[in-house]
Ligand binder design. Structure first.
Ligand SMILES: CC(C)(COP(=O)(O)OP(=O)(O)OC[C@H]1O[C@@H](n2cnc3c(N)ncnc32)[C@H](O)[C@@H]1OP(=O)(O)O)[C@@H](O)C(=O)NCCC(=O)NCCSC(=O)C[C@H](O)C(=O)O
Ligand SMILES: [Mg+2]
Length: 289
């Protein structure tokens, strides 16, 4: 969940919520003339206020490298005694930007400190370079001070970048969404789906979550507290899906013992790939406990 980094009231509110990831924002949720305020507020939060009781992870979304603000954002939050778990790096378009980020984090982090990196893919050029970006991020993770953790699809910037108009069925972003999931999964990265900006329309949000989950996304960006439970519910397996998965795995084991690779379960043909889907469901369900 994004929280504008210059808004102390919203930051305090976010801390008390059952949210998986708080993203303190220096970038597009903060007005240009409030960038210094956001940086200072976030630093103060990290230094003094970060309560041990934050349930999920804490990240800082810095400004993109091309703005010239990113260096100061990173210096400020990574020289705190309590560094965030994750840096969210927006508008990445090239491997050179990852080299810059690697050098910067090398110079700022101390001893054995490492940080997770989430890369934003939100322009036409980023999609053209996506495989190289992912490959390079994973390679740098082996000997630099960050761990490539996931990709975020920035659908609003993407639509601005390609000149698309938003539609309710998301057809204008379907190729990009699918490409992002596919490439993220090829490099063992999380794939985080787009923001639903009509934050009062929870039914529309639910539909878009279910669509993203079916496509293989592992989570979704949110902008308002009311969106949190809807997204959590949609991305975690429900009781019915867990029963289906448990029953299927049991039946699979029994059929394997009796020498059958394929069999029928609840009217469908089941074999190894379906068994793996059931394992995915149960793996995800562990996060709910
Ligand atoms: C959209 C908002 C500006 C609406 O804010 P507000 O008018 O304050 O909403 P409410 O009155 O309904 O709020 C109810 C209470 O909840 C608190 N609140 C609201 N939003 C947040 C939040 N994000 N974090 C924490 N707390 C929040 C309010 O303060 C109220 O509290 P209380 O008075 O105690 O009851 C606002 O929601 C907002 O600013 N959201 C974040 C916007 C943002 O960060 N945008 C950038 C990220 S999206 C993006 O970057 C897309 C991507 O990059 C792309 O390209 O696609
Ligand atoms: Mg964006």
């Amino acid at each position: 969940m994004y929280v504008p980094g210059d808004d102390t009231k919203k930051i305090n509110k976010a801390v008390g919520l059952d949210v998986d990831f708080i993203a303190l924002d220096c970038e597009d949720g903060v007005a240009i003339n409030r960038k210094d305020d956001a940086r200072k507020t976030i630093r103060q939060f990290l230094d003094e206020l970060r309560p041990k009781s934050i349930k999920g992870d804490l990240g800082v979304r810095v400004n993109s490298i091309d703005t010239g603000l990113c260096g100061d954002d990173l210096t400020s939050c990574l020289s705190s005694k309590n560094i965030p778990d994750t840096i969210l790096l927006p508008k990445v378009e090239s491997t050179e930007e990852l080299n810059w980020f690697a050098d910067k984090t090398d110079s700022l982090l101390k001893n054995d400190q490492k940080i997770n990196l989430i890369v934003y893919i939100e322009t036409a050029l980023a999609f053209v370079n996506l495989t190289h970006i992912c490959q390079h991020a994973v390679e740098l993770s082996n000997n630099k001070r960050f761990i490539a953790a996931g990709l975020v699809f920035g659908s609003d910037d993407f639509c601005a970048s390609i000149g698309a108009s938003r539609t309710e069925d998301c057809s204008e972003v379907s190729y990009a969404r699918q490409k992002l999931v596919l490439t993220a999964k090829a490099f063992n990265l999380q794939a985080i789906d787009m923001v639903y900006i009509k934050y009062k329309d929870l039914e529309g949000l639910r539909r878009q979550c279910e669509q993203g989950k079916r496509m293989g996304f592992t989570g979704k960006q949110v902008i308002h507290p009311s969106q949190v439970p809807v997204v959590q519910e949609a991305f975690l397996p429900n009781k019915e899906q867990m029963e289906w998965a448990e029953g299927l795995l049991k039946a699979f084991e029994e059929h394997q013992k009796s020498g059958k690779g394929a069999f029928t379960y609840r009217g469908s043909m089941i074999d190894m790939p379906t068994m793996k889907q059931a394992q995915n469901v149960l793996e995800l369900s562990k996060l709910a406990k």
